[in-house]
Design a protein around this ligand. Structure first.
Ligand SMILES: [Fe+2]
Ligand SMILES: [Fe+2]
Length: 213
């Protein structure tokens, strides 16, 4: 087997392992849960269902973030861009773990469609990355800004009493804003229309489905 084939095979195997761990494993957070010391106020059944729907959306968002960043990193040209993407992905793993933990506390479960969300996002990330590192980073900025806006929306619509979900989302929001700022400073280009509009439409569809499934 040639060295090039071996490298592609290595990449394929490590990417597959990462995908399986993200979707079916329970990747641990590196930082403490922001809600660790927050009171777990009892919610009524309707509030709990609504909070679980929103936290399932956020969990899917983090599955997509892992997949996007992995896809982008796999094709990034400059090692510093790759480094940047993988570093952000580490913080997304914290978000993923915190959302999974909160879903369990709410007696709920992650989306059944996570393998599909992961595969689709990985493909989108790799396609964006193939257009070059400026696009790659531009894609990070646009994604993070959209996630930041949607976390804001969730902070407004979560049940008032769900203090634990709120603490998690507030920390995530600050992290996402920093991810966008860092990518901007690293040389992101501004994505032309209709790319941001298509991304917003895709995430709207994901949110509608993941709230229930
Ligand atoms: Fe995140
Ligand atoms: Fe992020």
């Amino acid at each position: 087997m040639s060295e090039r084939q071996q490298t592609s095979l290595d990449l394929f195997l490590s990417e597959s392992q990462r995908a399986l761990e993200t979707v079916f494993g329970d990747p641990p957070a590196a930082r403490p849960n922001p809600a660790a010391d927050t009171a777990d106020v009892e919610l009524d059944a309707a509030e709990r269902r609504h909070a679980a729907g929103l936290m399932r959306i956020n969990h899917v968002g983090e599955i997509c973030a892992q997949a996007l960043y992995s896809g982008q990193a796999a094709v990034a040209r400059d090692p510093s861009t790759r480094e940047h993407l993988l570093e952000a992905a580490q913080e997304e793993t914290d978000h993923l773990a915190w959302c999974a933990q909160r879903l369990r506390e709410l007696d709920s479960r992650p989306s059944l469609l996570n393998p599909l969300w992961y595969a689709g996002s990985y493909a989108i990330g790799a396609l964006a990355g193939l257009r070059g590192d400026g696009w790659n980073l531009g894609f990070v900025v646009e994604t993070e800004r959209q996630v930041e806006a949607h976390l804001d929306e969730h902070l407004q619509t979560l049940p008032e009493a769900d203090l634990r979900s709120r603490d998690i989302l507030r920390t995530m929001k600050a992290d996402e804003a920093r991810h966008a700022d860092n990518a901007e400073q690293a040389g992101a280009r501004v994505l032309p229309q209709p790319v941001p509009t298509i991304m917003a439409a895709a995430s709207k569809l994901m949110k509608a489905v993941a709230y229930r499934l």
